[in-house]
Design a protein around this ligand. Structure first.
Ligand code: PMV
Length: 347
């Protein structure tokens, strides 16, 4: 079809990894497979307006973040366009306006690259679909995930809802290094509507960009063993998702978080991204579990903020504990109450 102009809006969530992606090869190929929960409340909304140009020389786009023109995002988007150009032949034929906003607070330390890149990838796929109306929804989502991966690796896990795998794993059919796929096996009811309360410990800029972080795994002394461990942990989680064994779930998830930080502490240069408050929170969680037998656990990304994961049926007691004992460690008592969501939506 001939499309002269148009406008499309997608809303895409963030995700939280249970088995972490840390280390990559050329072309955003992960060094190990990962799995994440897709979140619900932490979202980016992106509107893409497009208009056909007279000439097809170079990329032409304007960027607005929360209503204001944002020059500082240009290099990142330009790089994204360069990477996806080969897969979207129409990219240079249009002039784009990209308007984006986040549901979570500015510079909260919550990474918006996963939600942001997946929302933009989905918008671009809408234009592809208008140009090629025959493409199926399966192709649409898969290619959106493929494109999102080229923007930010973990973004490929933000298209589908629930549990999403990215990276080939021999015991999880359908997995690919090129895009995220919905976890294909049955998941025990214990994981239904799993909760993620995000504690904003440190709202400062991240000390280490994920680009640098992944690079640190090249030549890292423990890299090979770590990549192997991610495969093993995915096998363990496969059993856990079937049986609903939350104690085993906790062992894998917390170990993954600490291993991610251990990799950063043992690289050259080394980084220490946990703050004293991060450790206070972790110790309080251990005490709470001892005392109550509840199944609250933590995970971390490449920063000081703590994601608190717990089952829905323990929500009442767990939230009481979080409010009375953990919020004191957050900047201005700030936290985000989130839970597992259904994936990206077109508005
Ligand atoms: O998608 P990136 O390149 O920003 O890497 C994300 C890495 C972690 O968030 C630390 C782990 C993960 O799997 O999401």
């Amino acid at each position: 079809a001939e499309i002269n102009d148009g406008k499309v809006t997608w809303q895409s969530p963030s995700n939280i990894a249970l088995v972490k992606y840390w280390g990559k090869k050329e072309n955003q190929i992960p060094a190990n497979p990962s799995i994440s929960f897709t979140l619900d409340s932490c979202r980016t909304t992106t509107t893409l307006s497009f208009q056909k140009k007279k000439n097809a020389e170079g990329f032409d786009f304007e960027l607005f973040f929360e209503g204001e023109k944002k020059e500082s995002f240009r290099p990142k988007i330009r790089k994204f366009f360069e990477r996806i150009d080969a897969y979207l032949p129409f990219l240079k034929d249009y002039r784009f306006k990209i308007e984006t906003s986040n549901s979570f607070p500015h510079s909260s330390g919550i990474a918006s690259s996963a939600s942001g890149m997946s929302a933009l990838a989905l918008c671009l796929m809408s234009l592809e679909k208008q140009l090629n109306p025959q493409i199926t929804s399966e192709y649409y989502n898969r290619k959106a995930s493929f494109l999102a991966r080229l923007g930010s690796g973990s973004a490929c896990r933000s298209i589908e809802g629930g549990l999403v795998n990215w990276g080939e794993h021999k015991n999880i059919p359908g997995t690919s290094d090129l895009y995220g796929v919905k976890y294909p096996h049955e998941v025990h009811k214990n994981f239904k509507n799993y909760q993620d309360t995000i504690l904003l410990v440190d709202k400062g800029e991240k000390q280490v960009s994920s680009t640098l972080g992944h690079d640190l795994m090249n030549g890292h002394p423990y890299a090979e063993r770590r990549f192997q461990q991610a495969h093993e942990n995915l096998d363990l989680l496969k059993d856990v998702f079937k049986s609903g064994d939350l104690s085993k779930f906790i062992k894998v998830v917390e170990s993954e978080a600490l291993t991610l930080h251990a990799m950063m502490m043992t690289s050259q240069p080394y980084f220490l991204l946990m703050k004293p408050k991060t450790l206070e929170i972790i110790n309080k969680i251990f005490e709470f579990r001892e005392r109550t037998g509840m199944h609250l656990c933590f995970t971390l990304d490449a920063g000081a903020n703590v994601h608190l994961l717990y089952p829905e049926n323990e929500k009442k007691e767990t939230l009481e504990f979080i409010k009375s004992e953990l919020l004191q460690y957050c900047q201005n008592n700030q936290y985000i109450a989130d839970h597992v969501g259904e994936g990206a939506v077109k508005l």
